[in-house]
Design a protein around this ligand. Structure first.
Ligand SMILES: C[S@@+](CC[C@H](N)C(=O)[O-])C[C@H]1O[C@@H](n2cnc3c(N)ncnc32)[C@H](O)[C@@H]1O
Length: 254
């Protein structure tokens, strides 16, 4: 049940005033739905960074060959958590350092971000992180049911133009996969500074059978997660004058 939902424009998506009912992710020619539409590479990695990546990435990278049991990656990890689109890796590296008994899978496609994360793992000697360097949806599809404790999607690409909304990571397809792989009682964390994407996501959550929206009180979704450290995109948003963010936590229904 929605609490304080009237503060949001999500109703216009639900009412059909703004179209979302038929929203499905575009299909690839051969591999089914895709959820990545951004750039894969930017500036070349500089010499030192490239050497670190070349040496360390093969050991860290998850190669999908059919189904993936994440327990095999982390041995006796107490919890398993995925971060989708970790960007420069600030949040992922900090969480991994704070929770050494949790296994973290970071998904990012942009080579500059992957380079930064590999460097952080090497410098901080993080032994509990593995990286997936392709579309996160492919990883979700390969995971078994109820194997994750939490998934973070922090400041996903907003795709502001209406004709590009279908590229947003939150969609019926991805929510159905997230609902399948997050265990009952686990959490899907979603943060954005873009109100329209917050509305969009709430409208999808309201329709999803897997997740709930149970804020402590109206407006509590503007309070950062406990121990939060701003990500690079949050800092960019603040510099550009977007001073408010939405920090949603959606429990997986039990
Ligand atoms: C706007 S940036 C935010 C980065 C970071 N979370 C932050 O807050 O600074 C979104 C990131 O998600 C990545 N991304 C988008 N779609 C993805 C997908 N389907 N799988 C993996 N990464 C994805 C992009 O490459 C980009 O680095």
């Amino acid at each position: 049940m929605i609490c304080g939902g009237a503060a949001f424009g999500w109703r216009r998506f639900v009412s059909g005033e703004t179209q979302m009912t038929d929203h499905q992710l575009p299909l690839t020619r051969t591999e089914g739905p895709r959820a990545f539409f951004g750039r894969r590479s930017g500036k070349k990695l500089h010499g030192g960074q490239k050497a670190v990546v070349d040496a360390a990435l093969p050991e860290l990278e998850i190669k999908l060959e059919g189904r993936l049991d994440p327990r095999v990656l982390f041995g006796d990890a107490r919890r398993i958590v995925v971060e989708i689109g970790y960007g420069g890796g600030e949040h992922l590296a900090r969480k991994a350092a704070e929770e050494p008994e949790t296994g973290f899978i970071g998904c990012e496609v942009f080579t500059g971000g992957i380079g930064k994360m590999v460097q952080a793992i090497a410098e901080q000697e993080l032994g509990n992180v593995r990286l997936f360097t392709d579309d996160a949806l492919k990883l979700l599809v390969a995971l078994p049911d109820a194997c994750l404790d939490a998934v973070y999607l922090l400041y996903p690409d907003p795709w502001p133009k209406t004709r590009h909304h279908k590229r947003r990571f939150v969609s019926p397809t991805t929510l159905s996969e997230l609902g399948r792989v997050i265990r009952p009682g686990g959490t899907f964390y979603f943060a954005t500074d873009i109100e329209d994407y917050a509305d969009w996501t709430l409208a999808h959550i309201v329709r999803s059978s897997a997740f709930e929206f149970l804020p402590e009180r109206p407006g509590s979704w503007h309070e950062p997660y406990p121990g939060w450290q701003p990500t690079r995109y949050e800092q960019k948003a603040r510099r550009e004058g977007r001073m408010t963010s939405f920090y949603f936590s959606f429990p997986r229904k039990k």
